[in-house]
Structures are given as C-alpha cells and as structure tokens.
Write a protein that binds this ligand. Sequence first.
Ligand SMILES: Cc1ncc(COP(=O)(O)O)c(C=O)c1O
Length: 395
Amino acid sequence: MKANEIMEKAENYVLHTYNRYPVVLDHGKGVRLYDVEGKEYLDFAAGIAVFALGYGNETYDQTLKDQIDRLIHTSNLYYNEPMADAAEKLVKASGMDKVFFTNSGTEAIEGALKAARKYAYLRDGHSDHEIIAMNHSFHGRSMGALSVTGNTHYQDPFRPLIGGIRFADFNDLESVKAQITEKTCAIILETVQGEGGIYPADPEFLKGVRALCDEKDILLILDEIQCGMGRTGSMFAWQQYGVKPDIMTCAKALGCGIPVGAFVLNQKTAEHSLVPGDHGTTYGGNPLACAAVSAVFDIFEKEKIVDHVQQVSAYLEKQLDELVEKYEFLTVRRGKGLMQGLVVSGRPVGEIVQQALKNGLLVITAGSDVLRMVPPLVITEADVDEMIEKLEKSF
Ligand SMILES: Cc1ncc(COP(=O)(O)O)c(C=O)c1O
C-alpha cells in the first residue's frame, strides 16, 4: 500500500485525536526509522522518550520472541516468572520496595493517586483528602491523571474532574506551602517537567518539598514516566537530587516499546495503602510486558547505558549550547541528560519540526515554544553531529 493510501485509510477509520505528520513509518534500525517509501529519518524523538535501546536490539527482540512462544498472557490471579523478575529489577534499580505494573503512564498515575488517598484514609479514618499538583505539569489523559495535569486547555472540556486537587507553581516552594491544608495527602510532580517545556526541578525546591512531606506525613509522588529509565544520566532523575519519593511512576522506556507502566512504592506506603480488592488490571504485569521490562534492565546493565548517557549528553549539551550562541531565535537550552529543549522565540516551533522532517530528522515540540529532543539513549556523538547538521539546514 502506498503512503497516501495508508494515511487516507487511517483518517477514515481512526478517531481524529492527533494531527499527525504526513509520514508512514515502517521499520527501524538502531537510531534510524524508515518510512514506507524507504526514506530514512534520524530519530531524536524515540516515540516520545520510549525507544531507549534503539530499534532492533537483538537481546530485546529475541527475549520477546521467546516469550511469545512460551506465554503471552495470563491473569493476575496466578503468578508468572517474568513479573517477579521485572519487579525485582525495578525495586533494585530504584531502591524502593513494591511494584504494581500497569499498561501505560496514565494508569500508573491513577494507581499512585489511589495509593496516596488510601494511605491517608487508613491514617485518618476518613476520606476527602487533597493532592497538590503543579502548574504546567503533564501526567496523562485519564480522568485522575488529567485532574492533576496543570493545563486548563486539556482539562476544560472534561470538567468536573476529580475533586480535591490544588495547583502550585513548579520550583516555587512557597507556592506549594500555600496550598497545604490539613487534608493534603500527597504532592505530585515530574522530576523534570516534560510536556510543559523541559523544566528540571531545582535541587532546593525538590529537597524543600521532600522536607515538607516528611514534616506533615504527606506522600511525595515523583512522575518519572518521561524523565526516568536512564534518560537524565541516572536510572531515575530523582537519584541526582538526594531525595527519594514515597511513590514513583514509570512507563515509556520501562518497556522500550511494549506498553507497560508501573507505580513503585516505598515500604511505608506499600504497607499502609492498597490491599486485595482495592486495585487491579487485566493486562498489568502480563508475562510479555514483564519479559520486556526484565530485558530492558538486563540490557541497561550489560551495555552500561546510564554511563553512556552521561558521556553522550555532555556532548549534546555542548553542541546545543553552540546553537543557542549562534542563532538569535534560540534563547535558552534547558534539560538534563538526553532530555533537552531549545526555547524558540519569534518563530513557530512547529515549522522547524516540519522542516526537520523533510530533512530526515525527527524532533518534537514541548509546550508552545520548545523544540524537544528525547532520542534513543544509544545515540553516538556522530549521531549528534548529524542531528545538528540537519537541524541547521531546517532553520
Ligand atoms: C510525565 C508524564 N506522565 C505521564 C504521561 C502519560 O503517559 P501515557 O501516555 O503512557 O499514558 C506522560 C506522557 O507523555 C508523561 O510525559
């Protein structure tokens, strides 16, 4: 089928909730994607921070093929080995204690919010607790996650959302303090805000929020769905801050392409929150998804992916800083590791993305004016050079 026929068919049958770029992707190899006409794209989007290992990693692919032949799905009514393995690896990598597997990021957020409300319910003997979330945050599209997403554009058509959510300003501790009441049970934030425009948390802010939570027995939920799994140069971004969440959410690169998410709890929260009957999912923790998670952790360790991110991201930052020096319309570079944003002023950032696409480069936007790069974690310095060349051509 030709590209235009596929696009037409998709538009005929798929609900129009995305304005898609006119490209039909067909296959990938390493950090490159190919469309149905054979055109090559250097991928600095990675399916929005998903495909950390690049396309066609043999160990990953073979693990999935073997698992398909063995067992794809069984119910959470029974045990399966990949789930136990994946949970152990996630616990060890995070230094946290218990895992609940979901199918997506937004479901990981739902579970985290429920765990926090149940914790406070058991502590206080009543419900009606509040959660503080951040302006310009993004946590997903299901009703709970949308309710803590600080963006009225996404929220307004769907009100009423879940109650008891208060918003504070990211990186402004006083604004968080101002939202605390005797009903507050949790504070949720992204360690590095992604969709909102690539804003890393200030160390003093995150430490301050942690201290507030400790003082008032409030749970700290850190959303690592986009910034976690090695992307910022540590397995989880919070590990660079000397703070630890009570609940962490993961997805995206956790399965590197297989849809899987998780919320991970510390012992205190695990012991005093969800029990049988409180939460569940048909697919969450299924053997195929968990075989993927397990393989991802093995490959991270064997291929020293986090060390690699630290090295290559230093190079990427330097090259991006040079662009900011060179072009007046690029005002700031923001980010951590391989989660980078260039703030574009006086030009529609979407046009740069379109032009890059024509030049064989996939980059995406964040917020209204940020050019976002979240490439596979296995990119090399040569890939960075090629990206810069293609980007400059697109300017
Ligand atoms: C920080 C963050 N949280 C949650 C989500 C929602 O994840 P999903 O799209 O898998 O539901 C996203 C998705 O972009 C995200 O970036």
